[in-house]
Design a protein around this ligand. Structure first.
Ligand code: ADP
Ligand code: MG
Length: 234
């Protein structure tokens, strides 16, 4: 186990990704390398189309690179079977999206329970843990509400609770404040920062929000599918 603690959570080398549009190949990432240590709060910034979403999707094992290598907690992802990758994604990663992606017919509590249900956790345990997660995002009083009975900020809190309920090593958030006004976005950001500090959960946040950039510990700037800058935020 020597050196295991120093192993980055994510280690990406020369990641390349193209999309195919008919016969056209659209380059999205042209050789991106980065290490992310456990406990970091990393803002991924850059103009629209620079590759932020593509990078998060690769790191989150939602998509596969066309070139380069990617290790998660020391494991080479390309070497894992689809089943192991899915398991890793469900157990060790959480996701937050700009559009919340909640299940409309489920209550807040049921939405948060959902990942635990997928993981085969029993009903009582599910209820308890989902209740705790809603409590952690300040939404215990709304647990029976459906998404359409909640404000945007409340919906994003539910999504955050859902991303955290299985205590993942890392949460990947793609423009999590993009659909919220600045005050509500600021509250979501306060939560991210607090959860990062208190639980040591790693957060990778793709964002245009200057406030997120300011408060993240580190900022990775993409431009045209390449890393233009990578450094700690002063
Ligand atoms: P960002 O999140 O920074 O806006 P993306 O990762 O979404 O950037 O996109 C990077 C590049 O890949 C852009 O040129 C975009 O148009 C292209 N792209 C993204 N998704 C697709 C797709 N599904 N099909 C074709 N091209 C895509
Ligand atoms: Mg994007």
């Amino acid at each position: 186990m020597a050196g295991a603690a120093a192993e980055p959570l994510f280690a990406a080398r020369d990641l390349v990704k193209h999309y195919r549009l008919g016969r056209v190949r659209v380059p999205a990432l042209r050789g991106v390398s980065l290490d992310v240590s456990a406990g970091e709060l990393l803002a991924v910034v850059g103009p629209s189309g620079s590759g932020k979403t593509t990078l998060l999707n690769l790191l989150g094992t939602l998509d596969e690179p066309d070139g380069g290598t990617l290790r998660f907690a020391g494991d080479e992802l390309a070497g894992l079977s689809d089943r192991r990758r899915t398991e890793l994604r469900r157990r060790r990663l959480g996701f937050v999206f700009q559009t919340f992606n909640l299940v409309p017919v489920l209550s807040a509590l049921e939405n948060v329970e959902y990942p635990l249900w997928i993981a085969g956790v029993g009903r009582r345990e599910r209820r308890r843990r989902a209740g705790e997660a809603l409590d952690a995002v300040g939404l215990a009083a709304r647990s029976r509400h459906r998404p359409d009975q909640l404000s945007g900020g409340e919906r994003q809190r539910v999504a955050l609770a859902r991303a955290l309920v299985h205590e993942p090593a890392a949460v990947l958030a793609d423009e999590p404040t993009g659909n919220l006004d600045s005050v509500t976005g600021g509250e979501i950001l306060d939560l991210l920062v607090r959860l990062n500090r208190e639980r040591g959960t790693t957060f990778l946040v793709a964002t245009h929000d200057p406030e997120v950039m300011r408060r993240a510990g580190r900022r990775l700037t993409l431009r045209d599918g390449r890393v233009a800058a990578d450094g700690s935020v002063p």
